[in-house]
Design a protein around this ligand. Sequence first.
Ligand code: 13P
Length: 256
Amino acid sequence: MRTPIIAGNWKMFKTVAEAKALAGEVCQAVAAINQVEVVLCPPFTALTTVKEAIAGSKVGLGAQNLYWEKQGAFTGEVSPQMLEGLCDYVIIGHSERRQYFGETDETVNKKIKAALAHKLLPILCVGENLAQYEAGETVAFVGSQVRGALAGLSAEEVAKIVVAYEPIWAIGTGKNAEAAGANQIIVASIRQTLTALYDESLAQKVRVQYGGSVKPDNIEGFMAQPDIDGALVGGASLKADSFTVLIKGALVKFKG
Ligand code: 13P
């Protein structure tokens, strides 16, 4: 079975002091949980502090973005070289980055390659907007995002990537996708595209998270789905108690 992975995307929330406190609380709360991988993705400013706060625990660390160049005159950007050794994961192509900061499948592809070259595991975000969802374009659109993001990557590289299916209309809206429907979309748009690009064995290896209004009261429904291997969580990851419920919710995979 693919190891479940619950990641907290803290977005542009938490000062350094707040991040330190939250990371400490999460580590304590999940100390006894071994079957679920937990990843915290604080803002860049808090990465070092959170790294210290999680030291000695099994909790992993992720950045929320990177630029693809190693170094240079790119004011305000953070390079893969700067994150190497600091983070385990890096979120790439989040819909907020695509929507507000002009990221495209092409830049997402460059970022994934840069991350892998620096031993960072990409969490690749894909997902349709409301108009595309309503027009029935989800599977074709998400499939095209996956193809664009993975262009030129080997099967060995793709096996390291986590894909997060995050329908834009479900992010931060309280309107989560229906679990079985999300599972179907993940199969049709992500696993089938991976099968077409590589093969079935790779498609079954890659972990796929659902993201978008994941909350304590719906986590088990998502995690009970066979093709959903975890969650990428915004709002409910900002408090230790709700985030802990989500991590425990992933244990439903091991029941029965
Ligand atoms: P919410 O959980 O707040 O809907 O955010 C989801 C998300 O964008 C995670 O990356």
